[in-house]
Design a protein. Structure first.
Length: 182
């Protein structure tokens, strides 16, 4: 019985991996352009993001993450780590989910690293899983206005932007960010 469940899980995760591989990776120059444009747009539209960008040691921007699921789901995207206004490294984000879910969605997200220690954790652990490691605060428009320079004291602040499509459901999800060569 346990072996059957493990085999099913393996088949489902293989399908998710196939989804991730099927997503076309951007070339380096195109990824830098789309990442920089997404960051500039976010900073222009959100005063908290603008403030964080001036104080962050680095910003990791994933301009286009694709997510799809029907009971089993997956997501994948590539991003650029910006440091001092220049591309410093390239990463991908990928994950799998399981549960009552259905839909397809595209979105972008930016992670503002406020401390060197948080940024170091990204590479020391050979990528990290969101939810494990440094403290990450996700800011949405409703809560973003309550942050001030005295309340912003966490390791990483994340913004989700440009959401398109519809994804609904409840499930268990894991997401990992890994450094890649471009």
């Amino acid at each position: 019985m346990l072996l059957r469940k493990v085999c099913r899980l393996f088949v489902l995760l293989s399908a998710v991996a196939g989804f991730s591989a099927a997503v076309h990776a951007e070339d380096r120059a195109s990824l830098e352009r789309s990442s920089q444009a997404a960051l500039k747009s976010l900073i222009a539209q959100d005063p908290v993001a603008r403030d964080l960008s001036q104080r962050a040691v680095a910003v990791l921007v994933f301009p286009d993450v694709k997510k799809a699921g029907l009971i089993v789901g997956g997501q994948f995207g590539e991003g650029v780590l910006w440091r001092g206004g220049k591309p410093a490294a390239y990463y991908n984000t990928g994950g799998a989910s399981w549960g009552f879910q259905a839909g397809v969605q595209e979105y972008g997200y930016a992670m503002f690293f406020m401390k060197e220690s948080a940024l170091n954790a990204l590479d020391v652990t050979q990528g990290f899983e969101v939810g494990v490691g440094p403290s990450i605060v996700i800011i949405d428009q409703g809560k973003g206005v309550s942050h001030t320079t005295t309340t912003i004291q966490d390791d990483i602040y994340a913004f989700i932007f440009n959401q398109k499509g519809l994804m609904a459901g409840i499930g268990i999800q894991g997401n990992k960010i890994t450094k890649i060569n471009k």
